[in-house]
Design a protein around this ligand. Structure first.
Ligand code: NIG
Ligand code: FE
Length: 431
């Protein structure tokens, strides 16, 4: 008999999303579903997955353990949001209103709004206030089903404020049940004070800020915005090489508006992921599809920017790319914490199948942040990060659109959202 401190029994459907490798092509359609499934964990790790008969034979619940009856619920691995810009100050509803009056995102960026305006508000906000703001954003993410979140700096654009953002992320990782994976994105834009001195800013990044971030272990990944008017292909290559030399694995925002060849560079440099890909070329599709670089699609962005052009999800999937989905949560081009909304948009606007979208937001998203051994699927030994959704089967996760299906969330084996409300001290739910 195995001892468990948490048992969830008799779920209508239990989507395991099991896979030893990231999912491509037909595999992406396979959710590895257990009907009437049960799952148990001990000290945050999954120790049992199967049916009630085996559960009763193999598992005993500890004295103070928690038993949840999953009847009528669908169990899903905790969602992995592998691309967010979580630590920002302020908001940009004024810019949004202007967009509704016909201005484009790029026109407004040229007027000094866009990323640059969030840089100002992020520089102004004190560290403790930024921390509090992010805590409540994480609460919202957790209630919507994200149990692991990648988060980028990139609204500081100077040593002090980039480090402030990354320190906040470290503190959040300790203080909040959601696991945070940090990315340094000092090359998100060129700061105003270096407007005609980009070379100097790049030198500052390479010679001073990058080594500082590495030395103090403030971020795991390096990211850069390769786009017309931001960092050119050559500049991106130079910064990517410097980041690799400093020991960072690479992510690249690229082919969002103008195809500069950033996807090709990402593949050549063995980047972990290339993200956006709305304007990716056929060559880019061919290259990324044959590589281990994840194609991270962010369907909330063209939706929020009301753009016709969308990332070619079907072509990428059919060519064999590792496709992941993420929110890109940020105040200018995707103001949403909900990964189920992103999954729904992937189905409705990118023509992904429901199964593909769920795998792309779980196991493939975990691969996009190098956590596929730990999270992203429900398998023995992995972390017990589990959502219990108030829907009879997985189709309802998309079919019943525009609602939050998440009823309970278990993070690291602890009940952290119960009946849609946050459990303030998760330990208490065990007693
Ligand atoms: O990923 N594309 C570049 N950066 C963000 C947008 C940031 C903003 O508008 O503040 C993105 O979409
Ligand atoms: Fe982004």
């Amino acid at each position: 008999m195995k001892s468990a401190d948490l048992v969830v029994s008799n779920c209508n459907q239990l989507l395991t999303c099991r896979s030893s490798l990231p999912k491509r092509k037909k595999d992406l359609q396979d959710l590895q579903i257990l009907e009437k499934g049960c799952i148990a964990s001990y000290k945050g790790r999954i120790i049992f997955i199967g049916h009630e008969r085996e559960l009763n034979k193999e598992v005993t619940l500890e004295k103070n353990g928690l038993w949840i009856n999953g009847k009528g619920l669908t169990a899903v691995p905790g969602l992995v949001d592998s691309h967010t810009h979580l630590p920002f100050g302020g908001s940009r509803e004024e810019e949004f209103l202007l967009r509704l009056n016909g201005y484009t995102y790029q026109q407004l960026a040229q007027k000094g709004m866009g990323i640059k305006s969030t840089v100002e508000s992020t520089r102004k906000i004190p560290e403790n206030e930024l921390f509090e703001l992010c805590l409540s954003r994480l609460d919202s993410m957790l209630r919507h089903g994200s149990t692991t979140v990648e988060a980028k700096s990139g609204y500081g654009l100077n040593e002090k404020d980039e480090i402030k953002q990354l320190k906040v992320l470290k503190a959040l990782h300790r203080a909040h049940p959601v696991d945070i994976v940090s990315t340094f994105m000092g090359a998100h834009e060129v700061p105003r004070e270096f407007k005609s001195k980009k070379r100097e800013y790049m030198n500052l990044l390479i010679q001073r800020i990058l080594p500082q971030i590495k030395k103090n272990n403030l971020a795991e990944f390096f990211d850069i915005f390769c786009e017309q008017g931001v960092y050119s292909l050559e500049e991106t290559r130079e910064l990517v090489k410097a980041a690799q030399k400093a020991g960072f694995p690479i992510k690249i925002h690229t082919d969002e508006f103008v195809p500069l060849g950033g996807t090709n560079l990402a593949v050549k440099e063995k980047a972990v992921s290339a993200e956006h890909l709305i304007a990716i070329t056929q060559k880019g599709i061919d290259l990324i599809s044959k590589s281990n670089t994840v194609a991270t699609l962010l369907p909330a962005v063209p939706f929020f920017l009301m753009q016709e052009k969308k990332p070619p999800a079907r072509q990428l999937i059919e060519n064999g790319a590792i496709v992941a989905l993420a929110s890109d949560f940020n105040p200018g081009s995707s103001m949403t914490e909900s990964m189920f909304f992103v999954i729904q948009l992937a189905v409705f606007t990118l023509k992904m199948r429901i199964e593909e979208a769920i795998n792309a937001a779980t196991i493939n998203a975990a691969y996009a942040i190098k956590r596929e051994q730990e999270i992203g699927s429900l398998e023995l030994g992995k972390k017990m990060d589990l959502l219990l959704c108030e829907v009879p089967n997985y189709a309802h996760l998309v079919y019943h659109m525009g609602i939050n299906p998440v009823q309970h969330v278990i993070k690291n084996g602890k009940l952290v959202v119960q009946d849609r409300l946050l459990v303030r001290d998760p330990k208490e739910s065990h007693t």
